[in-house]
Every structure is written in structure tokens, then in C-alpha cells.
Design a protein around this ligand. Structure first.
Ligand code: COA
Length: 258
């Protein structure tokens, strides 16, 4: 049969009913939790109870983390410009990048490709090249990231603490030894190790953070739209901005048209 232009294995309609990964959508409603439905749509199969609990813990860890990160600043600034909820939430998602949220993809790839290697050798190689190891370091947490610790604890309890998790913790120790500075395994690093244990492809990495944190962004944008006046995110230049430009000067005569 000729290959069609658009193809999908995710869902289809049969007899005027939607089926997701082969299951009737109306059978899933009221029976699956949100996390089970997300697992189904991403992985193509239903999760076990332990897989559901593990993924649930991961989403809870990502749901919100203060007003400070770039994505929340972007989302609330765009909302304060007079935009609707979906535009502002979209702006927040676009702020996810290698330093915030987006590190999950690189962190998953890092553990999946290097897990068999010697952690100290890999760390030395990265540091020698001046490359950042995705999943390590945090602006706020210097000793440990409490979210990572909890995710690892849950992984141990549910049987998802395997080679990837062990490798990730060894890398944290190796960074401290080789660099002489502690860079904590951050939430992206911990999630990367655990979802790798669960058999997810690193190319899905950013998706886990997008799915979890979108709830927090919606709450922030709603708060901005309902609690603050439009334009409230205008900076106070005197208080918050350092001016680095030229001092006032006359426009040269030859440019003056009036
Ligand atoms: C999160 C991050 C942006 C914080 O950066 P930061 O506050 O500037 O980092 P710190 O002040 O703690 O550390 C700065 C030093 O550590 C190094 N460093 C920080 N994170 C590093 C990493 N992941 N790998 C290697 N070196 C790193 C810097 O190069 C710098 O080195 P120097 O002092 O020799 O110049 C940074 O750690 C990072 O880019 N991590 C990787 C991406 C990531 O996992 N992001 C998800 C965050 S939840």
C-alpha cells in the first residue's frame, strides 16, 4: 500500500469512537488517572501501578518552583502586556531551554550514552572541553536539590533505582572530585535517570518537563491576569536597571530636518 503523507500510531476513530493506543477513549475516562493516560499516550502501553506511582512523583516534582525561573517571568510579562492565557503560557514554554527545563533531553542522552563509562573519565572529558554536564548545578541549591533526593528515594522504593540512577549519583561525586566544586544533581538530572530506567527515549526528555510545569505556568498566568493590573511587569528603571549607554547628547546639525 502507498505510504500516506500523514501517519500516526497514537489514536484513530472506529465506529465514531476515538481510540487512544487501541483503547476506547470513553473507557479510559473515569478509569485511568491523568498520569496513566499520559504514560499510555507517550509509551503506547498501559503502566503498571509502580510505573504510575513513579511518573506521578516526577510530575509532582516538576509542577511548580516559584515565581523566579525564566519561564514564569516570560509568561507573566507576556500576560501583563495584555495577552490571553494561552499566549502567555506559550511564551513561558518557549523560555524552556538548556539551562532551565530543557536540560532533561541532554541529561537523558548523557546517561543513556555514557552509563557504561567511567564517571570520572567522562566528567574530566567534559570539563576539559569546557562543556556543561546537563542535569548538574543549580542557582539556588548548593548542597543538594531536595526534589532530586526525593525522586531517588521514590525510585528506590518502587524498584526503579538501577544503573542509570547509580551512574548519575556517581557523576555528582565525580564532578565534586574533579572540579573541586559541588554541583548538585538537579531535578532534570534525577528525572533523566529515572525515566531512562523506565525505558523512555531521550528525545522525549523535554516533554516530561513541559507536561508537568505547564500546570504551574497556567496558575501563574491566571494569577497575573486576575490579581495584577495590565503592564504591571514594567521595570522600574531607577531601581532595577543599570544603564550602560551614552549620556544625553545633541543630535548633529546635519541630521536635523526640522
Ligand atoms: C543551572 C546552571 C545554569 C546554574 O549555573 P550557575 O549558577 O552559573 O552555576 P554555579 O555558579 O553553581 O557554577 C559556576 C561554575 O560551575 C560550572 N558549572 C555549572 N554547571 C555546570 C555543569 N552542569 N557542568 C559543568 N560545569 C558546570 C561553571 O562552568 C562555572 O565554572 P567556573 O567557576 O570554573 O567558571 C548551570 O549549573 C547549568 O548550566 N547546568 C546544566 C544545565 C542544567 O542542568 N539545567 C537545569 C537546571 S534545573
Amino acid at each position: 500500500m502507498e505510504k500516506k503523507k500523514w501517519r500516526t500510531a497514537i489514536s484513530w476513530h472506529f465506529d465514531r469512537e476515538a481510540y487512544v493506543r487501541g483503547y476506547k477513549l470513553s473507557d479510559l475516562v473515569g478509569n485511568l488517572t491523568f498520569t496513566e493516560a499520559i504514560y499510555l499516550v507517550l509509551k503506547g502501553e498501559l503502566p503498571s501501578e509502580k510505573e504510575r506511582q513513579m511518573l506521578d512523583a516526577i510530575f509532582v516534582a516538576t509542577v511548580e518552583h516559584s515565581i523566579a525561573p525564566p519561564s514564569v517571568i516570560a509568561a507573566r510579562a507576556v500576560a501583563s502586556g495584555g495577552n490571553s492565557l494561552h499566549v502567555a503560557v506559550g511564551a513561558g514554554i518557549l523560555a524552556f531551554g538548556e539551562a532551565h527545563g530543557g536540560a532533561l533531553e541532554g541529561a537523558m542522552r548523557f546517561v543513556q550514552e555514557n552509563c557504561q563509562e567511567n564517571p570520572e573519565r567522562i566528567v574530566s572529558e567534559y570539563l576539559k572541553l569546557g562543556k556543561r554536564i546537563p542535569g548538574y548545578g543549580h542557582r539556588y541549591y548548593r548542597e543538594y536539590d531536595p526534589r532530586s533526593k526525593k525522586i531517588m528515594d521514590v525510585a528506590k522504593r518502587l524498584g526503579f533505582y538501577g544503573n542509570y540512577c547509580q551512574f548519575s549519583e556517581e557523576v555528582e561525586k565525580a564532578i565534586e572530585k574533579v572540579k573541586g566544586k559541588r554541583l548538585v544533581m538537579n531535578v532534570d538530572g534525577a528525572i533523566a535517570a529515572v525515566v531512562s530506567e523506565m525505558g523512555f527515549d531521550w528525545k522525549l526528555g523535554k516533554g516530561f518537563f513541559i507536561i508537568g510545569r505547564t500546570a504551574g505556568l497556567v496558575a501563574h498566568v491566571y494569577e497575573e491576569l486576575t490579581m495584577e493590573k495590565p503592564f504591571s511587569k514594567r521595570l522600574d528603571e531607577e531601581e532595577e536597571v543599570e544603564y550602560l549607554g551614552k549620556m544625553p547628547q545633541e543630535l548633529p546639525e546635519k541630521y536635523k530636518k526640522s
